[in-house]
Design a protein around this ligand. Structure first.
Ligand SMILES: C[S@@+](CC[C@H](N)C(=O)[O-])C[C@H]1O[C@@H](n2cnc3c(N)ncnc32)[C@H](O)[C@@H]1O
Length: 259
């Protein structure tokens, strides 16, 4: 008999264990005996591909960041909403710099980890739901590949409209993405082709995350080129004003509120 994973807060449980391993505080997952087990994020794609990546980097301080993360935080202006704040690595640096920053995440466990690490202003839920709270921001951050939250052609205009509803005049979105189309690996090029045949963007990944006995529901996460991003932004309240691809295939896209 095979058992489907229990649907739960995969990201939160994973970050809680990663924090326990990093700090030595709290119950840690053991590999048997007394050795802490490295905490691995398991990502399943709907073609059967399974990837594992150490979760510890979500806790990294600025010294261990990629150069584009530093350039992203240097572009921050004014009241900032860190969308998909994760373990709060970026929000913590902004706080230290005196930037009024709010971390938003759908994972309750991620927010617990943020709180333990000292992030002060946190919101649990989606950007769409946050609109009703009546707050507004000058900068929205979608870091750690969170261009992915645009999901695809249907969701992108809806998320961008929700961000516009939270935006102050002249607001910006700084979003980090990865251009997926440099690869020659037939596993990936074949996946991109299959997606296109189904009317999806090539890098519109259908994923599920796993941690221990838990899994998420299947969800779309977008890995797109800057040109595809420009297409998704067209016709919304935002204008793509800059693409910094100095660390290609990774890029930082800046969107500005029009009008
Ligand atoms: C890839 S991690 C990036 C974390 C963080 N931005 C960083 O750079 O370390 C994605 C984060 O987005 C959160 N998330 C996923 N879907 C979300 C949604 N619809 N709204 C807000 N946050 C979401 C996840 O719980 C997770 O914390």
């Amino acid at each position: 008999m095979t058992v489907e994973p229990l649907i739960g807060d995969v990201f939160g449980e994973m970050l809680r264990d990663a924090l326990a391993v990093a700090t030595g505080v709290g119950p840690r997952p053991l590999a048997g005996g007394r050795l802490p087990r490295p905490v691995i994020e398991i990502i399943e794609r709907d073609d059967g591909l399974i990837n594992g990546a150490p979760a510890a980097h979500y806790l990294d301080g600025p010294a261990d960041w990629q150069p584009y993360d530093h350039r992203a935080v240097d572009r921050v202006e004014g009241a900032t909403l860190d969308v998909g704040v994760g373990a709060g690595r970026v929000a913590l640096l902004l706080q230290e710099r005196g930037v009024p920053v709010t971390g938003l995440d759908t994972s309750a466990g991620a927010l617990t980890v943020c709180r333990r690490r000292g992030v002060r202003d946190l919101v649990h839920g989606t950007v769409d739901a946050h609109v009703a709270d009546g707050r507004s921001y000058d900068t929205f951050l979608l870091l750690g590949n969170n261009v992915g939250l645009l999901e695809g052609r249907e969701r992108a205009p809806v998320l961008l409209a929700a961000l516009a509803a939270l935006a102050r005049p002249g607001a910006q979105v700084i979003a980090q993405g990865t251009d997926p189309y440099g690869t020659r690996d037939p596993l990936h090029t074949g996946y991109h082709e299959r997606n296109r045949r189904r009317g999806r963007l090539g890098g519109q990944l259908r994923l599920r995350l796993r941690y221990r006995e838990l899994g998420t529901e299947w969800f779309d996460y977008l890995v797109c080129s800057p040109d595809e991003l420009a297409g998704l932004v067209r016709g919304t309240a935002w204008r793509l004003t800059d693409v910094d691809d100095r660390d290609a295939p990774y890029y930082l896209a800046t969107l500005r509120l029009t009008g």
